[in-house]
Design a protein around this ligand. Sequence first.
Ligand code: SN0
Length: 311
Amino acid sequence: MKNFTSVADVAKPPALIQQVKELISQPSQSETGRGKTLGLIFFNPSLRTRLSTQKAAQNLGMNVIVLNISADSWQVEFEDGAVMNGGSQEHIKDTVKVISGYCDIMGVRTFANLDDREADYQEKVLNNFLEYSSTPVISLESATLHPLQSLTDMATISDLNIQKPKVVLSWAPHPGALPQAVSNSFLEWIPHIDAKMVVTHPRGYELSEKFTDGLSITYNQEEAFAGADVVYAKSWSSYNQYGQRPTVKGNWTITEEKMKLTNHASFMHCLPIRRNVVATDAVIDQSAVYRQAKNREFAAQTVLKNLLEDL
Ligand code: SN0
């Protein structure tokens, strides 16, 4: 594997998911990464991604350096050919070339700005890393995808050992406008496990057809929940009215009553979760979210190991 920025970077996604499952059932450490350095670059906040990837690298004997660009570094200019007489001090080209000189593998987190759909969906920031880095690049969540989360989610679902589970991706309320990355990415990976996929969201919250083409989609959340084995909750802002939050009819918060419609479904969420907005305390407290968060370590370790082997 040369980079890990979407499922398209993976030659055999089911084999990678299987490797994560094996690590879940039998955690292990190795010296594969001895003497190698992982650089983790954050343009946005992170808890699980940061710590699980650091831990995963340590499990492989790697050194890790972390930079929070917005808090600790120079302000970065992204425009090609910019005359830099304004607020930003360093061009992304220079930032990436310099950091990659210190690293053997580089991870980057860069959220959608949710203003300019074209810029977000062209993955402008991530592509600067791919273009200017001399090392493999791992997405730690980009504007439109979150592959480490999705690889974890596929392994976590597959680890339930339910034959062809019914998996429901449900939109949920949130006080702010969130990216579509986690949901897009989930839908990009789900064909690589044997599942029956249903998406439910209010009108106006349709995702890009690139990710939902051919899927079963309903505006009726309760109908979607009937017989579900997995309920995966996520809030996202509108794709069509980009970054907006059109008015929603009814209450989409996931409650115990709604979960009773399912086939004792596992409740999943990437976290952080707004308690009693996305889902009630009772739903979250009995859910798979902590197992899912722990599995982030095994997904990151699997990805790093594959990248190290191909250095
Ligand atoms: C991010 C998102 O893509 O939805 C990261 C998820 C892994 N989530 C948030 O930014 C949540 C922030 C909030 O206000 O709850």
